[in-house]
Write a protein that binds this ligand. Sequence first.
Ligand code: AHR
Length: 503
Amino acid sequence: MISANLTVDPHFVVGPINRRLFGSFVEHLGRCVYDGIYEPSHPDADKEGYRRDVIALVKELGVSTIRYPGGNFVSGYRWEDGVGPRENRPRRLDLAWHSTETNEIGLDEFAKWLKKVGSELMYAVNLGTRGVQEALDVLEYTNIRSGTTLSEQRIANGAFEPYDIRMWCLGNEMDGPWQLGHGTPDEYAKLAVKTARAMRQLDPTLELVVCGSSNAQMPLFANWERVVLAEAYDEVDYISCHAYYEPRDGDYASFLASAVNMDRFIDSIVATADHVKAVHGSQKSINISFDEWNVWYHSRYAEVDRITGIDDWPVAPRLLEDAYSVADAVVVGGLLISLLRHADRVKSASLAQLVNVIAPIMTEPGGPAWRQTTFFPFALTSRLARGVTLELKLESPTYETALYGEVSVVDAVATHDAGMGDTAIFMVNRSLTEAVELAVDVSNLGQVYVVDAQTLHDDDIHAKNTLDDPERVGLKPNTSHSIGDGTLRITLPPVSWTAVTLR
Ligand code: AHR
């Protein structure tokens, strides 16, 4: 057993927590939409074809904003294919995922489903094969009340009220050579600026997200952001960050410390944005929309999933259906800690994705839906993290990693809701072998007691929830805690994620 110390003080505030930190992402990819959220032949489908069991799980997950319709998919997508009478909708090749898009689900159906789950729509426009006009068209369709051709078309299609979409992504991963329409940062910045100006002519209050790098390993990482922001600084509100993690060559020591990489990633992009702010002499700060993050077994995609046959364009194939382990869930919990720690600058984030595709929720056609291991840290963090993030003082033993050097064994973040008087502490123990005895100085919170303590841990770090054993892994009450003399003591098992609520 090793020990660590933490001090929680409600006077030291990082920033307010935006609910949009608990967003997710639905792309027309694999079985995320078709056979995921939508399966009209399923016994539990509602009259519009949406799976009720999935709706219940999405609500339980506590997802705020949902980014749609892609992802790589959006860079070849014609939004108008997906509206109007279904019988007239074209079938198209989806070049991003080598699939056939039937267009049975489009904007209107997705907006309807969002109402059922109670989440906000964040819409990505196609700046891959399209541009300013199409972005204006979809904005007119969604946000203009009535009296124009496109707004009247929406009304005729059954949506009397405008969708009033606030957050708009100006394309997706435009730095990636795999992206349709990919170009240089300068080319993209010019198109993003033109699109943003035009969209703001229609509505100056829109919140616009410009594309950052696809990941921190891209050759232009940070330079892409610098060049794009130099052009687009005044026109946008957020820059996007994307990051996916997986264990490489069995190096779990580094994998469990993935949040260290996310911390550095965020710090680098904040520094880059603030550099441009200084050069521009601007008053405004550009915040981060971390609109794709998760564990993703890329190696599996290359070996198992990738469709290449010239005549092979399946509808809703099984793609990117990673089954997540306990270790993966501890990493996801750690990544949420990193996002919360940066609540002053990360104002929106999307767990990529939501159903079946690298997702916390899995479904079987005609069969059950179940929670992956990663569901649990997300759902509980979304439920408990309210108010503001607090700055913590953490003293923890460290260990050496191949990828990130010396890292802390324990990582933690605390949130405080002054109105409710609640404090939540989220913690991970990254040690593969040792439990940690953690002492938390809570004396500055006044007289508090433990409302609840939940831990995700299993002796087998590779344990998963599957179709055959959907409840193998879950949260368990952590009964090791005690509180007295202003100190909370709790044991964190090896490779575990824990949430404690104090009142
Ligand atoms: O989420 C899967 C894919 O990852 C998205 O389509 C793309 O934006 C990213 O590369």
